[in-house]
Design a protein around this ligand. Sequence first.
Ligand code: IMP
Length: 193
Amino acid sequence: MPSIVFATRNQNKIKEANAALNGAFEIIGLDAVGCEEELPETSPTIEENALEKARYVHRHYQVDCFSEDTGLEVEALDGAPGVYSARYAGPANDAEANMTLLLSNLKGVENRKARFRTVIALILDGKEHTFEGVVNGQVIHIKKGRGGFGYDPIFMPDGYNRTFAQMTVEEKNAISHRGQAIAKLKAFLEEVK
Ligand code: IMP
């Protein structure tokens, strides 16, 4: 079975991608190719950041690979925190601090519209492809739920009265930004394989 490197060290993401892709390709992580260094993420947009990571892995390890980058884009904040979602409240990627800062920046703001956006950048046989997944929703006023990670407790997707943190992993994956981007990647890989 051909393998593709997923530019991550997160074993959950690798497992999730393998489950979603259902055996057409074997998805392996950075450890499997001996990549121990931090990948560059210096770009000002989600698309470019995803491409930057995939290009790095392709250039240094000569493998087919894909990377993923995600951000929460809040309309009233002109798309912030966006590409800086992980580091919004500082370099520690502290989800509680990030949510607290976001709620404080939205204090008194009526427009709570936001979206999660994921871009997957794939380099297959030297050619670049991108796949986007978007889920629209609202940033609510208080944290609700204990599941998920990151901004999940304050994000309520449109059409639901529960936050992502109040959903099961399966429920969230079925509608999420990342779930949609992976579904597009899967459809593409099934066509070319
Ligand atoms: P990454 O690109 O997957 O590392 O995501 C960047 C940051 O966006 C994370 O550190 C989280 O703060 C946030 N994020 C990404 N995906 C999700 C999600 O599904 N729910 C909540 N927050 C997320």
